[in-house]
Design a protein around this ligand. Structure first.
Ligand code: 810
Ligand code: ZN
Length: 372
């Protein structure tokens, strides 16, 4: 009988790993991309859509669900899986990032973070324990500790003090929900900004705490791709090899390939769903923007290599028309394709690691996406 948190590596190709992570709502095949369902829904898609495209796990956002409809209300409705009728695994973030990035005014102390609701301006406070209690109410399979994600350009002294508080908060989260005390598992979050020695310090402090997995926080916060890859390749291979590594908030198709090549197993990003809503679509030949006039009478599918519902049933001409007309169906068909593309890319990555051809796959997409 496998236990939530079990992580079995089946194959490697360089630093890349092909593994299985067990959760209370089923096994997750990694490397994996997690569609973002901020308010308990992946915008414009149904759970059936997501199952059809083989989404194995989705991300829910603690900050948003706490503010509306309330984690207590969700708990009374049987938890987020029941409430949203999503039967597969869910990862909830601690909401820390949203608080830090969406709020000008917020007060940070050893105790936790005070912030105002973006809905009605009311004052709220997240302690590490409160962030875990919310995620317990939501019933997520993977909980994230409350952390401080320092902004791009934070100085070394502030970054150091911040990572030390993040470690103390991580310890409080784990003590508040000890390993094995329920079916939910918990990931620590490595901080340390863009200072390699501080990244190592954060990791050394966190690995002392018995987490089922570790995330890399503090990236994709406005830095250049080169700066992100530099930190990524420095710290990912140093993270415990027998536990899942989750790179938060990343990224483009090339970022996913680079992350896997550095040994990352899990990713989440709003890019595919958000870009779908502004007409930027990812294809096997690179990115295209469907609003371009050249597509007005183009009867070809979005992506000839894509097997998704959108590509099998509609032309670029029709998708452009929907976008220009601001039709709701544009949202849905574009999101369906972009997420299908991301999930299919991860499927190709898993197969490539199994048969030792990951480098070739990475080169193929680097060529297709070279123009950026
Ligand atoms: C979403 C996870 O929330 C947390 O529990 N903390 C956290 N979240 C992040 C989300 C991020 N998204 C991006 N780019 C789009 N970078 C991120 C960093 C963090 C983080 O350091 N810490
Ligand atoms: Zn498609």
């Amino acid at each position: 009988m496998s236990t939530p948190g079990d992580f079995k590596i089946h194959a490697t190709d360089g630093e890349a790993r092909r593994a299985t992570l067990t959760t209370a709502h089923g096994d997750i095949q990694t490397p994996i991309f997690m569609p973002v369902g901020t308010q308990g829904t992946v915008k414009s898609l149904t759970p059936l859509d997501l199952e059809e495209m083989d989404a194995q796990i989705i991300l829910g956002n603690t900050y948003h669900l706490y503010l509306r409809p309330g984690d207590d209300l969700v708990a009374r409705r049987g938890g987020l899986h029941k409430f949203a009728n999503w039967k597969r695994p869910i990862l909830t973030d601690s909401g820390g990032f949203q608080v830090f990035s969406l709020q000008e005014i917020r007060k940070l102390s050893e105790e936790g973070v005070e912030f105002r609701s973006y809905i009605d301006g009311s004052k709220h406070f997240f302690s590490p324990e409160k962030a875990i209690d919310i995620q317990k109410n939501l019933g997520s399979d993977i909980m994230m500790v409350l952390d401080e994600c320092v902004g791009y350009g934070a100085d070394k002294d502030y970054t150091n003090k911040s990572l030390e508080m993040t470690t103390r908060w991580a310890k409080r989260c784990r003590d508040h929900y000890p390993k094995g005390s329920g079916g939910q598992i918990m990931f620590g979050i490595v901080q340390g900004g863009f200072y390699k020695d501080l990244r190592e310090k954060s990791l050394e402090q966190l690995r002392e705490i018995d987490f089922e997995g570790f995330a890399i926080g503090g990236l994709s916060v406005g830095e250049s791709t080169k700066e992100m890859y530099d930190i990524l390749h420095h710290i990912a291979p140093k993270m415990p090899s027998d536990k899942p590594r989750y790179l938060m908030g990343v990224g483009t198709p090339l970022d996913l390939l680079e992350g896997v090549s550095a040994g990352v197993d899990m990713f989440d990003c709003v890019l595919p769903s958000r870009n779908a809503r502004n007409g930027t679509l990812f294809t096997s030949q690179g990115k295209i923007n469907i609003k371009r006039a050249e597509f007005a009478e183009d009867d070809s599918p979005l992506d000839p290599e894509c097997g998704c519902y959108t590509c099998r049933n509609f032309t670029k001409a029709y998708l452009r028309h929907l976008y220009m007309a601001k039709e709701l169906l544009s949202y849905r068909l574009n999101t369906y394709h972009n997420l299908y593309f991301y999930l299919d890319l991860m499927k190709q990555i898993r197969a490539a690691i199994e048969n030792g051809t990951f480098a070739e796959l990475k080169a193929k997409y680097e060529a297709a996406y070279a123009k950026g």
